[in-house]
Design a binder for this molecule. Structure first.
Ligand code: GLA
Length: 391
């Protein structure tokens, strides 16, 4: 099992809180978006990976209808009734679990509550999707507790609904699918139109680094939802303009964008350019990767970052600084912001032999500019979510 120490700590904390052992424990990893930025809700393509950090959700049935939920890092508990979870404004971490419970309640009636505790090792706000790891570990554990049959895509949707309805972020399905479908040594290759999920080996010549800048810029969630609304407005424009059916920006080619974008409001045109170009980059990147052309793949990653800067404006000074530094570091093949943007992390593709030196150079470059290093982690693409303890 991955992260055995974290699992043991989660079980020990559970016992400390509730005076007994958990009956079910589920694990779900975070994810890194390797290429395919804001393409998921535009029904496009993404290459991602589940990472070797994640969250454990430990649970045991209660006799009454009250649920007790403890955040293992804070050792702080919230209580709610099993039948009617509602979004909360304080202890907002509980929204991810309560949102998942609300989704599962649409598939069954739960006569009893539970005692639960979650604990993990994904740095918060790093762009590695600690929230999806919490949703998916909760979903797996509670589905098992209440004997709800749900396939992985249904669990992913339940996690996404928790984000939409309880956290207020209109995200796509990337984070939840990556957490569920991860495979050791492999990238997860998803088509967000058909929801077909495949796997592509990264190979042993290169590794991924994650550079967490800890930057978090204001209005993150509002900005995310605004980007999504802009993409939908652009899709509506192209639906009127193009002779073929358009249900999402996935249906618009770069050539079509170039021909028609002057008819759009300038901001909407720029927003649309990013997922349209990005979708073509993911397709190209997947081909290059399949041929073993890591240099080519890395170049496409750099282009993805430039598109974020120029068109989607979801980068920030700290992320740009890391990407620029990476361009000059020996062995680095590509770098780009990963995830929603507006702060968080940069993902770097680097030759395996140079990974350690590159990590040091990136952290030092950041420290020279900002007075403190960014955190650099080597990512090992890992297996997806699973139940790790059951009766
Ligand atoms: C966040 C969202 C995902 C996806 C990425 C950007 O991680 O949760 O659904 O849109 O941003 O690609």
């Amino acid at each position: 099992m991955q992260n055995r120490e974290i699992f043991e700590a989660a079980c020990a904390k559970f016992k400390q809180c509730y005076g007994r052992d958990p009956v079910i424990v589920a694990y779900a990893p975070g994810r890194v978006e390797v290429i395919g930025n804001h393409t998921d809700y535009n029904e496009g393509l993404v290459l991602s990976a589940a990472i070797n950090n994640g969250t454990f959700f430990a649970v045991a049935p209660a006799t009454g209808t009250t649920c007790r939920l403890t955040a293992g890092d804070l050792m702080h508990e919230v209580r709610f009734e099993v039948g009617a979870p509602e979004p909360v404004r304080t202890d907002t971490w509980a929204n991810y679990c309560m949102g998942v419970l609300a989704g599962l309640l649409q598939r069954g009636k739960f006569a009893h509550g539970f005692d639960a505790l979650f604990f993990g090792n994904i740095p918060l706000g790093s762009g590695l999707s600690s929230s999806a790891a919490l949703e998916i570990s909760t979903a797996l554990a509670l589905a098992r507790l209440y004997n709800i049959k749900a396939d992985p895509l249904s669990l992913a949707r339940i996690g996404q609904q928790a984000e939409h309805k309880f956290a207020g972020v209109k995200c796509g399905l990337l984070d939840q699918i990556s957490s569920l479908f991860g495979r050791a040594g492999m990238l997860v290759q998803t088509d967000f139109r058909s929801l077909e999920v495949g796997h592509a080996p990264l190979g042993s010549d290169a590794v991924l680094l994650i550079c967490n800048t800890h930057a978090k810029h204001a209005l993150v969630d509002g900005e995310y939802n605004q980007r999504r609304a802009d993409c939908e407005a652009a899709a509506e424009f192209f639906r009127q303009r193009l002779p073929h059916p358009v249900t999402a920006l996935r249906d618009v080619s770069w050539a079509e964008w170039e021909e028609h974008h002057s008819g759009l409001d300038d901001r909407i045109a720029r927003r649309a350019a990013h997922p349209i170009g990005e979708n073509e980059r993911v397709a190209k990147g997947a081909e290059l990767l399949a041929k073993g052309d890591l240099e080519g793949f890395g170049r496409v990653m750099f282009l993805s970052h430039e598109s974020s800067q120029r068109y989607f404006e979801n980068s920030c000074e700290e992320l740009d600084h890391v990407v620029e530094t990476a361009r000059g570091v020996a062995g680095v093949l590509g770098a780009r912001l990963s995830g929603g943007g507006f702060g968080g992390s940069v993902v770097v593709l680097v030759r395996a032999a140079d990974a350690e030196a590159a990590a040091g150079a990136l952290a030092a470059g950041y420290a020279a500019r900002y007075g403190k290093p960014c955190d650099v982690l080597v990512i090992h693409p890992s297996d997806g979510a699973s139940i790790v303890k059951e009766p």
